[in-house]
Each structure stands twice: as C-alpha cells, then as structure tokens.
Ligand binder design. Structure first.
Ligand SMILES: Cc1ncc(C[n+]2csc(CCOP(=O)(O)OP(=O)(O)O)c2C)c(N)n1
Length: 187
C-alpha cells in the first residue's frame, strides 16, 4: 500500500480528531488530501510527534488524538514509545507509516529494513495494543478498533517508499501553529 492511499482510506476518521503528524512526506501528503485546523504538522523534531500527541491527549482527555509518525522518526527516539506506554493515554492512537526508509531526505534505509520490528518494540515498551498491517483494509480495521477500544495503540503500517513530488506546502509553520492552538482552545 502507499501511504497516500492509506491516508485517503482513514481520512474520515482523522477529520474530527486532533491529528499530529511528523514532518516531511506524511505532512505533505495529508495536506494534499485536505488540511484542517485540527491537524498539526510537527516540523523537524523527529521522534517527538508521539510526545506532542501525548501531551495533548493527557491535557485533553475529552478529545481523541491520532499521531501519524514515520519509522525513521520513531527509531530516532525510541524512548518516546516508553514514555507513551508509561502514561498510556486511552485517547491516543499512534500510527507509524513504516516505509523502511528516511524517504524525506533521500531514501536511506532504516533499521526496519534489516528486521527491527517497531510493533514488537512498542509492545515491549508497554503499549497495550500493537499490530502491524500491510493492507489498506487491515489498516482501516486496526484504526477503527483502536478508536473503539479506547486504549493506547501503536499501529505499524508497512507502506511503499514513495512520497509526494515536493514536501514544502503553502501552509506556513507559524500559521499552522496559531490555527491549531486556536482550534484546541475553542473545541
Ligand atoms: C532531529 C532531526 N534529524 C534529522 C532531520 C532531517 N530529516 C527530515 S525528514 C527525515 C526522514 C524522516 O524519516 P521517516 O520518519 O521514516 O519518514 P519518511 O521521510 O520516510 O516519510 C530526516 C532525517 C530532522 N528533521 N530532525
């Protein structure tokens, strides 16, 4: 599956939830489907999307938070998984798009290309529900299940190492920051 197809398939589950993505390809692809004021694209801080999602999930237990991450980003800060598991917010679903590559900076292979299993690592870290999916239908089921179960989950979606033609969009970082902050205060 491609990440773009996967994002399209789960977009309606994201639309009314707080969404935090890591930077680069996934942010550009989600914006290409449709930016919303409840979407925040965390630039540059590889491995910290789940930490930002964690902070929001803990301070806003009334809202469900979906974090869209990358394998290279998670691998850069594996401690993020242990912190997620430690606080175990019921209202957070962590989706890791695993293309086995640092695609946004040229496609260098990551450790998942040589066998490291992020779902197993998340499980060992203490995340209560983890799975790996390779098909779009399974991803949709896994996201729906995680939302309905109301318990922290890490879903690893194996995707092709393909991305958008360009990563820079016309949404300014500060514009995104202020709009997202405002949305959180108002909802
Ligand atoms: C701390 C840090 N180091 C390096 C970079 C440069 N960088 C930007 S995107 C990226 C690759 C991200 O890989 P992954 O999370 O697997 O997502 P993909 O690009 O494959 O979609 C890198 C290394 C960065 N933004 N932040």
């Amino acid at each position: 599956m491609t990440r773009l197809d996967a994002l399209n398939a789960v977009y309606d589950r994201l639309a009314d939830r707080v969404v935090v993505t890591i930077m680069g390809a996934v942010a550009a692809e989600l914006q290409s489907i449709g930016h919303r004021p409840n979407f925040f694209y965390l630039q540059h801080a590889m491995g910290l999307a789940s930490s930002m999602g964690l902070g929001i999930a803990l301070s806003r237990p009334d809202r469900q938070v979906i974090v869209l991450d990358g394998d290279g980003s998670v691998l850069m800060n594996l401690g993020g998984l242990t912190t997620l598991a430690r606080y175990r917010p019921k209202n957070l679903v962590h989706v890791v798009f695993d293309n086995e590559s640092l695609l946004s900076v040229g496609g260098f292979p990551t450790a998942t290309s040589t066998g490291s299993d992020l779902a197993a690592i998340a499980h060992a870290a203490g995340v209560p529900h983890t799975c790996t999916v390779t098909e779009i239908e399974a991803l949709v089921v896994a996201v729906n299940d995680a939302i309905a179960r109301n318990e922290l989950a890490t879903i690893v979606a194996k995707v092709e190492a393909v991305g958008p033609a360009a990563f820079v969009t016309d949404l300014g970082l500060l514009e995104n920051r202020f709009e997202f902050q405002r949305w959180l205060r108002q909802h």
